[in-house]
Design a protein around this ligand. Structure first.
Ligand SMILES: *[C@@H]1O[C@H](CO)[C@@H](O)[C@H](O)[C@H]1NC(C)=O
Ligand SMILES: *[C@@H]1O[C@H](CO)[C@@H](O)[C@H](O)[C@H]1NC(C)=O
Length: 409
């Protein structure tokens, strides 16, 4: 009986009702909810996040059995550089896909540059680099090269068309990401490469609270397959935020990291690789509401210690996001007057997790944590986000069905 009561208490404490989520702005004003997306910077962050969620859904739908990992901020940044070379009409099409059409920001490029530089502050642990590769033989317009360099501090790279190009490109990205992202372009560039946007991102954030136990090998469950052994880290009385979402069939955790970054975990109740329901729910607004409605708790937290790496060509997924018309007749008139095609959109992301953190968890639980004896254990397929809380920018989104799919290459 006691157990039932306890469980019921837990349920009502942590359950996120969707009325609560959707009516986040309470007319009575009892629960003060901060409306984040009001400044040019946070509106841009929200647009980029929504673009990221859309792109993630496209990629996930292409192969439902595959793990996926993306940095929406980096992809938006590289496509924004490309959009500077498009006609006004084509720019509109690109802006629509990037969700910029909602912004009405005449200083969009400055807003993006400033947002990127604040996100790349070293304490956040986020590095990203974007560059447009262009064939030298295209008779490029110098004005385009100059204006991208002036705005974003990176001059598009002109390709000579020889075997040396690949090394030059990959060395630059490796250097920009502190040696962490290698082989961004995985195979030699074809002689016909004309226009190729490339982006890379790396993340190693620091937890606020460290994990005292690490690297114990434990089972990670998989849908319809034998479990696989992976290193896990664990900490008692871990301070974080949590909520049960009965409609999405998952428990959501928000684990704080240094300098305003958070990692969100969406852990389905069942061991399943079908995360469609959660994927469909993701929007900038939804996640912002979560950050306001999740409950502060102390739990026994168990997380995988994994290094993730993922590289992909986003071109097919981007054409599904409303760019197919533009891609069929690529207009990059401010780059070159010659007819060109995009040869791909290379994107590579790498992330490291480690038990390190600035603070120790308290050894004695608070009264609340003790009576509930909560655990949160990420040992089965999950979805995660890395978000910058002050701006709402989505640094990363990932779906891990099998950690070894995303082993470093
Ligand atoms: C995945 O789950 C969704 C929602 O629960 C369902 O509609 C869909 O049919 C499922 N897909 C597969 C492949 O089982
Ligand atoms: C992840 O990568 C870092 C740096 O390369 C390495 O020190 C660490 O041992 C790796 N961790 C795992 C679990 O592979």
């Amino acid at each position: 009986m006691r157990k039932v009561v306890q469980l019921f208490g837990l349920w009502s404490l942590l359950s996120l009702s969707h009325a609560q989520l959707t009516d986040a702005v309470d007319p009575e004003g009892e629960e003060e909810v901060v409306d984040l997306f009001t400044t040019p910077r946070t509106k841009l962050a929200a647009a980029t996040s929504d673009f990221g969620y859309n792109l993630f859904r496209q990629l996930a739908a292409r192969d439902p059995k595959a793990s996926v990992f993306l940095s929406p901020m980096s992809i938006s940044a590289s496509f924004t550089q490309l959009s500077m070379g498009a006609s006004e009409r084509a720019e509109k099409q690109i802006y629509r896909a990037l969700r910029y059409h909602t912004l009405q920001d005449s200083q969009l490029h400055d807003t993006l540059r400033d947002l990127l530089s604040s996100l790349r502050a070293s304490a956040k642990g986020f590095k990203s680099a974007e560059r447009i590769l262009l064939a030298r033989k295209l008779r490029l317009r110098l004005e385009y090269l100059n204006s991208v360099e002036k705005q974003y501090g990176v001059r598009p790279q002109t390709l000579a068309g020889g075997a040396r190009d690949l090394k030059t490109v990959n060395d630059w990205f490796k250097q920009q990401t502190g040696g962490k992202v290698e082989q961004v372009v995985p195979s030699p560039l074809s002689r016909n490469t004309a226009v190729l946007p490339v982006g890379a991102a790396f993340f190693k954030g620091k937890w606020i609270t460290r994990f005292s136990k690490a690297n114990k090998m434990e089972d990670f469950q998989r849908d319809g397959e034998a479990p696989t052994l992976i290193p896990m880290m664990e900490q008692e009385n871990y301070p974080m935020k949590m909520g049960i979402d009965p409609d999405l069939g998952c428990t959501i955790a928000q684990v704080p990291m240094e300098d305003g970054v958070s990692m969100y975990f969406f852990l389905p109740d069942e061991v399943t690789q079908n995360l469609t329901l959660i994927e469909e729910a993701l929007t900038a607004e939804f996640v912002q509401d979560l950050s306001n409605t999740l409950h502060a708790v102390q739990v026994l937290l168990t997380l995988p210690v994994i290094n993730l790496s993922y590289g992909t060509d986003l071109l097919p997924s981007l054409s599904d996001l409303g760019l197919s018309e533009w891609l069929a007749e690529t207009d990059l008139i401010k780059i070159t007057s010659q007819p060109v095609k995009l040869n791909g959109v290379h994107h590579k992301v790498v992330m490291e997790t480690a038990p390190e953190g600035a603070e120790y968890a308290s050894t004695t639980p608070t009264a609340k944590g003790q009576s509930l004896a909560l655990t949160y254990r990420v040992d089965r397929p999950f979805l995660f986000l890395v978000r910058d809380e002050p701006s709402g920018a989505l640094l990363f989104i990932g779906k891990v069905l099998n950690p070894s799919d995303l082993k470093r290459v």
